[in-house]
Design a protein around this ligand. Structure first.
Ligand code: A2P
Length: 320
């Protein structure tokens, strides 16, 4: 399995199992299947609501000898309601307890927004505007410093962020003096984010591609009308045929060749294996060019619900 060395010297497998949207009952089996077929990296998050079942799959696999903890890379993410520095360790420990682990290999700040812990609603995406904590009151740098402190306590090996654009990264680095090891963002041929990628490469921040297959299983409430499904793009289908791969495999191979970590989600045993095989493929220059020049721009995961002018962003816009 191809790996990348992070800016702190830790090594991350280029390919992992995504678990966003994976139902509890299915993710337990998915994790066990993945580790059995050779995955060494699982991407989780507190807010996915399934870390208990992910952890069950991890611990049973380790107990059965499918993988040793040292060979396993587990990522999780601090939810928005744990941003107050005194809550960061609590958020991390809830995740560790659910995952049944002593430490995380990588811990990411999930979104660059802080939310009052009293605001949780069943539909976490619809936080009422009054529950957002202005960045001036709970700066991202303060949250990040509390995450860095978790490293010293041995609770996490590497720390990074998710959903950060260039200006947020710049500000974070300037204010903390720490360069995050990772920025996990939406990346695929419709949303290749070349400026962000160039900036992260320059700074030594590795990128992880989430929603690499276009996240067609997002809830209907998160989908725009008439969104272009990546897996059904005719040009992409033809490129996959030319490479003798499935479309999903093509997208996975493309992501890794760009130097990004990729975490496709699947709870289907056949597709979990199919995706794993892709990680070892090399694409022809023509195919890469075809994907690089696909000519459609589309972001599937909208930040709109986090976008509160003057509160969750400061002047320049949410993504920059
Ligand atoms: P399933 O879990 O039933 O396999 P993303 O990683 O971009 O969020 O995409 C996840 C979606 O892609 C899920 O609907 C998942 O379905 C589907 N998927 C995962 N692997 C494949 C594959 N090899 N072929 C087709 N669809 C896939």
């Amino acid at each position: 399995m191809k790996t990348f060395t992070l800016n702190d010297g830790n090594v991350i497998p280029a390919f992992g199992l995504g678990t966003w949207k994976s139902p509890k009952n299915a993710v337990y089996e998915a994790v066990k299947t993945a580790l059995r077929v050779g995955y060494t990296h699982v991407d989780a998050a507190w807010i996915y609501g399934n870390e208990d079942e992910v952890g069950q799959g991890l611990s049973e696999s380790m107990a059965a000898g499918a993988i040793a903890r040292d060979n396993l890379f587990v990522t999780s993410k601090l939810w928005n309601t744990f941003h107050a520095p005194e809550d960061v360790e609590k958020g991390c420990k809830e995740t560790l307890s659910a995952l049944k682990l002593d430490y995380l290999d990588l811990y990411l700040m999930h979104w660059p927004v802080a939310v009052d812990p009293g605001s949780e609603s069943p539909d976490y995406k619809r936080v009422a505007p009054e529950y957002f904590i202005p960045l001036s009151e709970c700066p991202l740098s303060v949250t990040f410093e509390a995450m860095v402190a978790l490293q010293e306590k041995g609770l996490v090996k590497s720390v990074g962020v998710s959903n950060f654009g260039v200006s947020k990264l710049e500000k974070l680095i300037e204010e903390t003096g720490v360069v995050p090891a990772m920025n996990q963002v939406e990346l695929h041929p419709y949303n290749p984010q070349p400026e962000l990628k160039a900036y992260c490469e320059k700074k030594g921040i590795r990128l992880t591609a989430y929603s690499p297959l276009g996240s067609g299983d997002r809830p209907e409430s998160m989908k725009a009308k008439d969104e272009p499904p990546l897996l059904a793009n005719e040009a992409v289908i033809q490129l996959a045929e030319a490479e003798g791969m499935s479309v999903a495999q093509l997208l996975i191979a493309w992501a890794i060749e760009r130097g990004t970590v990729v975490i496709p989600k699947s709870t289907n045993a056949g597709r979990i294996e199919e995706n794993f095989v892709a990680a070892g493929h090399t694409l022809s220059a023509n195919t890469r060019k075809g994907l690089d020049e696909i000519g459609i721009s589309y972001r599937y995961v909208s930040p709109a619900s986090w976008f509160i002018p003057g509160v969750t962003y400061e002047g320049e816009g949410f993504w920059v």
